[in-house]
Design a protein around this ligand. Structure first.
Ligand SMILES: Cc1cc2nc3c(=O)[nH]c(=O)nc-3n(C[C@H](O)[C@H](O)[C@H](O)COP(=O)(O)O)c2cc1C
Ligand code: SF4
Length: 395
């Protein structure tokens, strides 16, 4: 683990809540807007806007949901936050509840993280004892708020916020049409803000130290720091807190990776870069990522890597829409043809078009992003896949 300037810096539990309750909701929204904090779950939606919209939405009850599904292959940063820094996550939820006007928060914990549940429940109980949860929090007459924990059942798509809400309501985990968005019609049709674990854990620091402080880190368009889950062929894998704008080359040096051939940025649904692209910056405006960085050295076979990713998407597609349900199967078949060396390049090119069609026509982010590894690996590792001239003239 590498300690960084924000999330892993000093913090006394409850401090952020205390400060937030001394501020108005508008003050909090102002600090978050100034910080330019964007959601860390992948989509990068500004937190201040999401909370402002949920606060402004009409509804009897409002909810703040912490998305702890962390199903993206290669991502394990939320796990570290939940096990080592739960107070940051929960304090962020309380601040969120206060800001949007919610009485209830729900932590949606992925099924595979069930082992954490007891400790997290104990932690919540201690917060109740210290009046950081419950009625009239820290003497604030108008603020009652509590948190419950709900377990997922192991489907990757349930990390998508509308599928997550369906799952919370006891239905099959399938994404909904958007609009309406959860900020208006979320859990049980109530206004709901779904936020990633890391997003929520960042909030207490911003409330304590101010949006201007946060904004000074990172790049103009990607402010602050980010947790990266770094795995694969390197000597020092782990969770690293780094400022946005760090280049892939800098990361490879930090984790002592040698002879690196490929870096998959953003998990299985991200893009795969070759060594000529390692000067790219990790930032929303360049190589965007929810935090997963997978490193592959020269001993690895790119088709095997791609096959592994596509098998995952075939397995995890919820099957609701045709581009994703049928498209991922077709892309996987194409990868198997490449693996055997028996393919028609015209057909492979048709599959690339299919991948692009899936990106724009799939119903949710799963099918919109699952062609990314297919398209980027075929483009960035042409020589290895198609032979020396990279034109792919095999049959
Ligand atoms: C297939 C799929 C899986 C997702 N999995 C997660 C996840 O595990 N954790 C998460 O925070 N967001 C995940 N997201 C993004 C959520 O839909 C949503 O954008 C996010 O929880 C919002 O929080 P944020 O604004 O703090 O980023 C996923 C999206 C898709 C399409
Ligand atoms: S894109 Fe895939 S996961 Fe999303 S609704 Fe369509 S079939 Fe389901």
């Amino acid at each position: 683990m590498r300690i960084g300037p924000v999330l892993f810096s000093d913090y006394k539990r409850g401090e952020g809540i205390k400060k937030a309750l001394s501020l108005t909701r508008n003050d909090i929204l102002f600090e978050l807007k100034t910080s330019q904090l964007k959601g860390r779950g992948g989509a990068g939606f500004p937190v201040s806007t999401k909370w402002m919209l949920t606060a402004a939405a009409s509804g009897n009850e409002k909810f703040i949901v912490c998305n702890a599904d962390e199903g993206e292959p290669g991502t394990f940063k939320d796990r570290v936050l939940l096990t080592e820094y739960p107070y940051l996550v929960f304090d962020g939820m309380v601040i969120g509840g206060y800001t949007i006007g919610a009485k209830n928060g729900i932590l949606y914990l992925r099924g595979e993280y069930e082992f954490m549940k007891k400790e997290l429940e104990d932690y919540l109980e201690n917060m109740r004892k210290d009046n950081l949860l419950g009625k009239r929090i820290l003497g604030n007459e108008n603020f009652n708020f509590d948190i419950t924990i709900r377990l997922g059942a192991g489907a990757y798509v349930c990390g998508e916020e509308t599928a997550l809400i369906e799952s919370l309501e006891g239905h099959r985990g399938e994404s909904r049409n958007r609009p309406p968005y959860p900020v208006n019609t979320g859990f049980n049709n109530n206004p709901t803000s779904v936020n990633n674990v890391e997003t929520l854990a960042t909030v207490p620091h911003i409330i304590l130290k101010g949006g201007e402080w946060y904004k000074k880190m990172g790049t103009d368009k990607s402010t602050g720091s980010k947790l990266f889950s770094i795995s694969g062929d390197c000597k020092k894998p782990g969770v690293y807190e780094l400022q946005w704008g760090t280049t892939i080359n800098e990361i490879l040096k930090l984790v002592e990776a040698e002879d690196t051939k490929a870096v998959q940025v953003g998990g299985a649904s991200g893009i795969c870069l070759n060594s000529s692209q390692f000067n790219r910056k990790l930032a929303y405006e360049d190589a965007a990522t929810g935090g997963s960085i997978m490193i592959f050295n020269r001993s690895r076979n790119m088709i095997s890597i791609l096959k592994n990713f596509m098998e995952f998407f075939v397995e995890e597609s919820c099957g609701q829409c045709t581009p994703c349900r049928a498209g991922n199967v077709k892309l996987l078949e194409g990868v198997e043809m490449l693996e055997k060396g028996k393919y028609d390049i015209k057909y492979i090119n048709t599959l690339k078009e299919l991948g692009k069609t899936m990106q724009i026509s799939s119903k949710c982010g799963l099918g919109q992003s699952s062609p990314n590894p297919f398209l980027s690996i075929l483009e960035n590792f042409k020589e290895e896949i198609f032979g020396n001239n990279g034109n792919g003239d095999k049959k």
